[in-house]
Ligand binder design. Structure first.
Ligand SMILES: Nc1nc2c(ncn2[C@@H]2O[C@H](COP(=O)(O)OP(=O)(O)OP(=O)(O)O)[C@@H](O)[C@H]2O)c(=O)[nH]1
Length: 390
């Protein structure tokens, strides 16, 4: 891991979130499906528990306006919770965003704040419910930790204010505050550990993914290096021999026509001598591009060695191959390469041969084409020769 990613992976000690916002977003995105599922379950259970307490309200208040207010608040909050459970199914980013969960949680507080006024002798019970709720918010409500702190802070402040308004003395108010702070701190500590642990696991996964990616790149680079000519990027001997064997198999099995050709640049030594080896190298690269142009995707062009190239044309007969070679020859002849301010003309001699059923060895075919190429050199170069099949 380098210094830059070390910085990206820093986790805030009290928020248990990545300090880098982009990294935090990436983390939240990765846990979004899981958060949605978990949040929907938590919201549904919360709504069900709210409604489960309705009979207790009835026992305490009977059919009164107080009961109507409490059941109305219960129902309203339960509906809000179910609405959010429904919405996060549609807008999954709401689950990790955190604010919708926070507002819906806070919107339920009037029920708890009004409770002591309507049922004054339920003080201890109300405090116990609040205590369990605070702990549950931290442990079961999948939300961003700072926002869960906000929910807890609003809850504790509200309840303590209610107790103070009801005329409790300072000691009772402080005691209530301490009793509520205790589960909040406990929940916060547990959530801090869980959230930090989850993000550490995410870092490990990311590092593993980066390592896999790095190895894949390295592997494909090595593969590329092992199969291509470093100067021109064309297939090297290993690659074109392998591809030729595949095409030869196809030819022997299905009888598809197959042609092999060689290209030898004319008087290349003069180019090297006149312009230098570096320019010679650049000429080879340009020639490789020009030769590639008239070929199909399935055709194979390789560097045979030095200033010689090899081409393999699957599904082509000799006449088609001769035309292709002629197009390459003309393209070289008519394109002047301008390198380092010098205009260089390059020509080449071509030879092609049809691969036939008795051709099983690449070297034999090459020998046949090579002797046609030799003849072409003797006949004045810059031409296309055909070698008769064996
Ligand atoms: N710049 C450069 N030159 C190369 C490379 N490989 C081979 N050569 C040069 O290619 C030239 C080939 O010369 P010859 O075999 O005499 O052939 P030629 O000059 O092309 O003449 P003909 O083939 O008879 O037309 C030599 O000067 C080699 O040094 C290469 O990778 N880069």
């Amino acid at each position: 891991m380098n210094g830059q990613s070390d910085n990206n992976y820093q986790i805030s000690a009290w928020r248990a979130e990545f300090i880098d916002p982009a990294m935090e977003q990436a983390y939240l995105k990765s846990v979004e499906p899981h958060t949605v599922r978990f949040l929907r379950i938590a919201l549904c259970i919360w709504a069900a528990l709210l409604m489960l307490f309705l009979p207790l309200d009835w026992l305490a208040l009977g059919s009164s306006s107080g009961f109507a207010i409490l059941s109305g608040l219960r129902l309203a909050h339960a509906l809000m919770l179910l609405w959010l459970a429904y919405i996060v199914g549609k807008k999954s980013h709401w689950a990790t965003w955190g604010w919708p969960t926070t507002w819906v949680a806070i919107a339920g507080y009037p029920l708890y704040f009004i409770y002591p006024f309507l049922i004054p002798d339920a003080g201890t019970f109300g405090l116990a419910v609040m205590l369990i709720m605070l702990l549950s918010i931290y442990v079961f409500l999948p939300n961003r930790l700072p926002l869960n702190n906000l929910i807890a802070a609003v809850g504790i402040t509200g309840i303590v204010t209610v107790i103070a308004i009801q005329g409790a003395d300072l000691a009772a108010v402080v005691l209530a505050m301490l009793v509520l702070l205790w589960p909040a701190l406990l929940g916060y500590a547990a959530a801090l550990r869980i959230n930090t642990g989850n993000r550490r696991a995410f870092i490990t996964l990311k590092e593993l993914e980066e390592e896999i990616e790095r190895r894949k790149t390295l592997e494909s680079e090595l593969k590329q290096q092992a199969l291509t000519d470093p100067l021109t990027g064309l297939s090297n001997r290993r690659q074109y021999e392998m591809l030729f064997r595949r095409e030869l198999d196809r030819h022997l099995r299905h009888g598809n026509p197959l042609v092999l050709g060689l290209i030898d640049l004319d008087h290349f030594k003069d180019i090297n001598d006149q312009y230098g080896h570096d320019v010679g190298d650049q000429v080879l690269c340009h020639v490789a591009e020009l030769l590639q142009a008239p070929l199909r995707q399935s055709d194979i062009l390789g560097r045979f060695g030095g200033e010689e190239f090899i081409f393999i044309l699957p599904d082509s007969d000799l006449d088609q191959a001769r035309l292709v070679a002629e197009r390459m020859r003309q393209s070289l002849e008519t394109t002047r390469l301008v390198l380092e301010g010098k205009s260089i003309r390059v020509t080449a001699t071509f030879a092609v041969t049809q691969v036939c059923a008795t051709d099983t060895e690449l070297n034999n075919i090459i020998r046949r084409v090579d002797s046609a190429l030799y003849q072409g050199k003797h006949q004045g170069r810059n031409c296309v020769m055909c070698a008769a099949a064996a």
